[in-house]
Design a protein around this ligand. Sequence first.
Ligand SMILES: NC(=O)c1ccc[n+]([C@@H]2O[C@H](COP(=O)([O-])OP(=O)(O)OC[C@H]3O[C@@H](n4cnc5c(N)ncnc54)[C@H](O)[C@@H]3O)[C@@H](O)[C@H]2O)c1
Length: 277
Amino acid sequence: MSHDEVPQLLARTVVVTGGALGIGGGISRRFASDGDHVVLVDIDEAAANATAAEIEADGGRCSVLVGDITADDTVAALVALVESEHGHADVLVNNVGDFRPAKSFFAKSPPEQWRRLHELNLWHVFAVTHALLPAMIAAGGGSIINVSTVEAFRGIPGSAVYSAYNAGVSAFTKSLAVELGPSRVRVNAIAPDLADTPQTPAELMLAGRDPALLRSWLPAGRFGQPEDFSGVVAFLASKDAAFITGHTIPVDGGTLAASGWYGKAAGRGWTNMPDHA
Ligand SMILES: NC(=O)c1ccc[n+]([C@@H]2O[C@H](COP(=O)([O-])OP(=O)(O)OC[C@H]3O[C@@H](n4cnc5c(N)ncnc54)[C@H](O)[C@@H]3O)[C@@H](O)[C@H]2O)c1
């Protein structure tokens, strides 16, 4: 449905953290094209303004707040912006998250790295939710969608701390959903894998390999694009998902289901021993 077809009264206020690029950019664009007013928070000013300009050029509505979502003053500025422009948020998408501060094996990793991973993957989810929740509850309900990862559900060498904090995101999602059921606030999450984004560009993941080999990496045989994730987030925030709360939905092209099974590179059959081409 285009923006013009949506009655003004139905437009929701949707906060998207990290809403400029990658999965978050897709989420901002999707809600705006559904007729909602997007409040886009991002640390990258140029990218945030570019995404907002694109949304507005397509007839959508978007406010921008530039800042690091792990900083208290950004969270305070977000609350002030939402309250002054809209009163409350109807939908909150806690999308910011990053594995990159973790580049060494746990035994060699410095504690400062765990702290930054904590801020980037879990702390801000608590901080932003806590800050926007009272007005959402007072307004009669809403929807919170957190962005976790498949690594919350399987082991990943070199990223133990990142995966632990994202398991925290999914556990928080579950418990908060129970607590907020009576307040008519639904809380869900998605768990992406293999998204082609600035954080994990397809080109970097392929590292010169033949893209046709993707059929051997994952059942879907391709990388996920921002729209693959934003569609699921839009569904979770919609009335169609009114009876879904407390769940993390994998959006992973089948990697969790395959659980260590790979298509043979030659295209015939499957193996759980990748050196058996
Ligand atoms: N890319 C993947 O394959 C993948 C897989 C599993 C989970 N995820 C999760 O999906 C989410 C989005 O991932 P992505 O690949 O689109 O990320 P990305 O790094 O490509 O984009 C992140 C966006 O958030 C902004 N941002 C980063 N740090 C910020 C901060 N501190 N404050 C405010 N804005 C900030 C960036 O400027 C950018 O616009 C993350 O939570 C990530 O952990 C991604």
